[in-house]
Write a protein that binds this ligand. Structure first.
Ligand code: ZN
Length: 74
């Protein structure tokens, strides 16, 4: 009667495999959002919303035109 157990195990494995293939509704992998810092005012914002200016990033077009804030005094 040992073969009955083998058949039962194989059937269970096959059932699990075929059952798993039905789930085509996979969740999207969560992307870590890249945050950048405005070179002018220092606010943090998602890279997708940033305005590129040369090798720096800004939070808005106005700050891109204003340019990077000078470091040092202040
Ligand atoms: Zn800014």
């Amino acid at each position: 009667m040992k073969w009955l157990l083998v058949i039962a195990v194989v059937a269970a494995v096959v059932w699990m495999l075929t059952r798993g293939r039905e789930s085509g509704h996979a969740r999207r992998p969560r992307r870590p959002e890249v945050m950048v810092e405005c070179a002018h005012c220092g606010v943090h914002l998602p890279a997708a919303d940033a305005v590129l200016g040369g090798d720096r990033v800004y939070c808005s077009e106005a700050h891109r035109l204003a340019g990077p804030r000078r470091k040092g005094s202040g």
